[in-house]
Design a protein around this ligand. Structure first.
Ligand code: PAF
Length: 282
């Protein structure tokens, strides 16, 4: 595992690999890696000649009252895991390396970024798309891998790639869950024992939505009402949003159909968790 900290060295490495016509797979992360990240890494190493993983806690995607200063980190642990999965390069730049003084350019995907998480986290997707396009330009991957837990992030990035004619493909990978159903997230580390129990209300609410839809219910108002009831019955929960919407444009739907997206964000104590699923047989 080669650790690269400078943009110049990363770009030189990528240019050399591309010169040989070898395929570069890329997994961008903010570190504190869990099985969800590792499933993306395994997919990359299985399909690409070289795999690059980045660890960069991107300050530009955190709001003023969010958890930038407490975001969990375990660089040594991450390094060990990436090494054991035969990752070729760990790109681990400093903030100044990515955003040198005077950086003023941002990329925004309009409309898509304003819905769901974009409503309650203004500036979040602008920060994500800006850092992701910068990382794409530095790492120059042929394929980049993102988890479906951040379903809106995946959609926004795909839209950016299409709108700006970026020359790479984006692969979304299924959510990885703990055995009790909680979607893996670095932020799960914040949960107390009691909050961990309450956090199961997210996946339970999604299962409820699936069950209602499979039983013939298509009114999203009726499905949402049941989900809200279930989440609010757990201690310490505060709903940010429960949305039943179109998978590609994230617009709210009145009638659910096959492949309609159910997405939610819930504060459990102080921790904001997200999860989602698609309705229907898949
Ligand atoms: O999903 C994440 O961890 C981040 O939003 C990403 C894509 C690495 C950009 O900072």
């Amino acid at each position: 595992l080669k650790i690269i900290r400078s943009v110049k060295e990363m770009t030189d490495w990528s240019n050399e690999v591309r010169h040989k016509s070898d395929a570069i797979g890329f997994v961008p992360t903010m570190g504190f890696l869990h099985e969800g990240h590792l499933s993306l890494v395994r997919e990359s190493t299985a399909h690409c000649d070289y795999t690059v993983v980045s660890i960069f806690v991107n300050a530009k995607q955190f709001g003023p009252n969010e958890d930038l200063d407490t975001y969990p980190a375990d660089f040594e642990g991450d390094k060990k895991q990436l090494d054991s999965l035969n990752v070729d390069v760990l790109f681990y730049p400093t903030h100044e390396e990515i955003y040198p003084e005077g950086h003023t350019t941002f990329v925004t995907v309009e409309k898509l970024s304003e819905r769901l998480c974009g409503k309650s986290r203004p500036g979040f997707f602008r920060g994500v798309t800006t850092v992701v396009i910068k990382l794409f330009n530095i790492v120059k991957p042929h394929i980049a891998f993102f988890g479906e837990k951040d379903r809106q992030q995946l959609g926004v990035i795909k839209k950016m790639v299409a709108d700006l004619n970026l020359d790479l493909s984006i692969k979304g990978m299924p959510i990885i869950r703990d055995s009790d159903g909680l979607a893996l997230s670095s932020r799960n580390d914040y949960l107390s024992k009691e909050d961990r129990d309450s956090s199961l209300s997210l996946s339970k609410a999604l299962n409820k939505a699936k069950e209602l839809f499979n039983g013939g219910e298509t009114s999203t108002k009726a499905i949402k009402a049941e989900m809200v009831k279930l989440i609010e019955s757990e201690k310490n929960t505060r709903i940010d949003y429960v949305s039943i919407c179109h998978l590609e444009n994230f617009k709210e739907m009145e009638k659910a159909v096959e492949d309609t997206l159910v997405a939610l964000a819930v504060f459990v104590g102080k921790t904001r968790l997200i999860d989602n699923c698609l309705l229907g047989s898949r």
